[in-house]
Write a protein that binds this ligand. Structure first.
Ligand SMILES: [Zn+2]
Length: 206
């Protein structure tokens, strides 16, 4: 792609680095911005810069937060003894939308995936084991997507937690294997959290 302007080329290049966005789409977006009032581009770049410099990860659950301790962890009405293990913030949002879960979350930040070079040490697993070791946790609920990576991650954590006295359960989903949690509808997801099953049983069935 030949550009008549280096400034244009730079902007197109940066936007085309985003997932799912090729050079053509990037060019369309940049030309769109140029047609809009200058303030819109300024607001966009300010929001992105602010996001990167100000965003925090909750020191307790690792969820994305504006504060050191996220709103969920800071809420005294949430039950500390029940922890729902999820991959990322999208899962937290999906489960929160069901209004069926009053416990806490633990955000792993991904799933074990050797093909992508993601091992257990790349995820927030040690801090979860530490929470359980402290003795305050009664139940761990696995709510990762039912893909091979999700199953591997569940099983790895399950093994790490075996020495401790903690109930491990998994959400019983009425949706087919391979479906991502964030796409499950609220009613189905809400019900599957309430009707969770012991993790050992999920192993026998598969
Ligand atoms: Zn938190």
């Amino acid at each position: 792609m030949e550009f008549s302007s280096k400034l244009l080329e730079n902007a197109v290049y940066e936007i085309s680095q985003l997932p799912g966005i090729g050079k053509r789409t990037a060019l369309r977006l940049v030309l769109h911005l140029l047609r809009q009032p200058k303030e819109q581009t300024e607001r966009l770049s300010f929001a992105l810069q602010n996001l990167r410099s100000e965003i925090k990860f909750c020191r307790n659950c690792h969820n994305i937060s504006d504060t050191e301790l996220c709103e969920i962890c800071a809420n005294p009405k949430r039950e500390e003894s029940t922890i729902c293990v999820v991959e990322d913030i999208r899962d937290v949002m999906a489960i929160e939308n069901t209004n069926q879960f009053k416990g806490m979350y633990h955000v792993l930040g991904g799933k074990i995936s050797p093909i992508d070079g993601i091992g257990p040490h790349n995820l927030n697993i040690d801090s979860l084991v530490e929470k359980v070791r402290s003795g305050k946790v009664k139940e761990i609920i696995f709510a990762l997507s039912s893909t091979m990576e999700g199953d591997t991650t569940n099983f790895y954590i399950f093994k790490q937690l075996e020495p401790y006295e903690v109930i491990t359960s998994t959400i019983a989903r009425g949706i087919s294997v391979g479906d991502e949690l964030e796409f499950a509808d609220e009613v189905t997801l809400g019900r599957s959290i309430l009707n969770r099953i012991p993790f050992e049983n999920s192993l026998k069935n598969s």
